[in-house]
Design a protein around this ligand. Structure first.
Ligand SMILES: [Zn+2]
Length: 443
């Protein structure tokens, strides 16, 4: 809430910049006399044309740098953005953005392609105004592509959705809809494959969103959902703000409990009341969303599977007598159906066999102790973990605290609340698991 007056000032400033830019820059459209293409050609810049993107660059042609593929990938991304926003691509077949991929800003200024006098701010990596955007060339092809598409999403939402939403949404959705991997095995060159959560670090080199959030979590400084909603625009000079905004957008678009409310809000205006409209929809459960977001950040990893990781927060019955729970191998934290009082002692004993993936063409079988062939977060994959959801007294983000692990053990409850069990594995590698464990709980 504190951010609102600053937000209003920022939005007014943005509206002014957009109006100035559309009035001052390239009144002739992308290809006519005095157009960006003509200005670029006159200045000796390269012009690469796709259906929806005109890309102007002073980057010298270099074999294997992927730059010639960018307009085609942009067109594929455009189709994905249309799907996300339920926009009919046929109705916008002529939609086109002009992007400047810049090595030397002076060449673009001299060419009349980079407005001076503060119309375009002195951006660090990229800036978008309506259907025009500018980005600084990057040495890493994955990161260059990501930045180009990030600015492309801004151009899309600014022009086709009149977007003026709060910064967390504007930047979060640009990050989310730019996130992709390349299918290099496709018949017609590399293809754009949207991956809201990156599947592997090698797909998004130098992006560092997941690593940044993990480091914040490890330091007890992971942002809450309300913190992300309140991020001021100036915060987006830092990687952590982009990472947090991406995480919020990915969470809201992907979590089975919250994606309906998010999609409903996105069908409405993307204006400055967007967050209030989202949190005001009948389907919205604020406390639950905050808890689910914290659980998401707690386990965030490449390929995070929202459906398999969704948590049942039901309180369960007090553990007054022995209780048996089953734990599926292909899901994240599972409610054991028993609630403990803070400080209550509990014993557990687990039996059963599970499959936790494949290696060298064979199923990897595991018991409750896990397998030492593969590890995740310092413990063997497949190992039974018993935990509680703990809200730290220092106000840092709540998380699951592991209290017991392996085939058997005894522990003391860390908080009043239900017990949760899962097999230790990355949340992106649950789909190929099978079987489950039977866990006996005794007070
Ligand atoms: Zn941006």
């Amino acid at each position: 809430m504190q951010a609102r007056p600053r937000l209003r000032v920022w939005l007014s400033a943005l509206a002014l910049v957009l109006a100035l830019v559309s009035a001052l820059v390239w009144p002739a459209g992308p290809a006519g006399a005095g157009s960006p293409v003509e200005l670029a050609r006159r200045a000796g810049l390269r012009v690469l044309e796709g259906r929806h993107l005109t890309l102007l660059t002073d980057r010298p042609a270099r074999d294997g740098d992927g730059v010639p593929d960018l307009p085609g990938l942009f067109d594929e991304a455009f189709a994905a953005w249309c799907r996300h926003y339920h926009v009919d691509p046929a109705a916008h077949a002529d939609w086109r953005a002009v992007g400047c991929l810049i090595v030397d800003r002076e060449r673009f200024r001299a060419a009349g392609l980079l407005p001076v006098d503060g119309v375009v701010p002195d951006f660090e990596n990229g800036f978008c105004a309506a259907d025009r955007f500018w980005l600084v060339d990057q040495s890493n092809p994955d990161y260059r592509r990501h930045l180009l598409l990030h600015e492309g999403v801004h151009a899309f939402t600014l022009t086709l959705r009149s977007a003026a939403a709060p910064p967390w949404y504007t930047e979060g959705i640009a990050e989310l809809l730019a996130m992709h991997r390349l299918d290099r095995a496709a018949a017609r060159g590399a293809r754009f494959v949207p991956t809201p959560i990156p599947e592997r670090p090698g797909d998004v080199e130098q992006l560092g969103r997941i690593e940044t959030l993990r480091a914040l979590s490890a330091a007890g400084r992971a942002p809450g959902l309300e913190d992300v909603f309140a991020l001021p625009p100036a915060a987006h000079r830092e990687l952590s703000a982009y990472a947090a905004s991406w995480a919020a957008a990915a969470f809201l678009a992907g979590h089975p409990t919250h994606r309906t409310a998010f999609a409903a809000a996105e069908r409405g205006p993307l204006d400055r009341d967007f967050t209030n409209r989202l949190t005001g929809t009948p389907e919205w459960d604020g406390p639950r969303a905050s808890r689910d977001f914290a659980a998401f950040l707690d386990d965030l990893d490449y390929g995070y599977d929202f459906d398999r990781m969704a948590v049942d927060w039901a309180p369960g019955r007090p553990l007054a007598e022995p209780h048996t729970a089953t734990v599926a191998a292909d899901r994240g934290w599972q409610n054991a159906g028993s609630m403990l009082a803070a400080g209550q002692a509990c014993s557990f004993r687990a039996t059963g066999r599970t499959t936790v993936g494949r290696a060298a063409g064979r199923d990897l079988e595991s018991g409750p102790d896990g397998i030492t062939l593969r590890w995740h977060r310092g413990r063997p994959v497949g190992r039974l973990l018993v935990a509680q959801w703990v809200e730290p007294a220092d106000g840092s983000l709540p998380s699951f605290r592991v209290l017991g692990e392996g085939a058997a053990g005894r522990f003391t409850a860390a908080a009043a609340g239900p017990l949760y069990c899962k097999l230790n594995e990355s949340p992106g590698e649950l789909a190929d698991n099978a079987g489950g464990l039977t866990v006996s709980l005794t007070p």
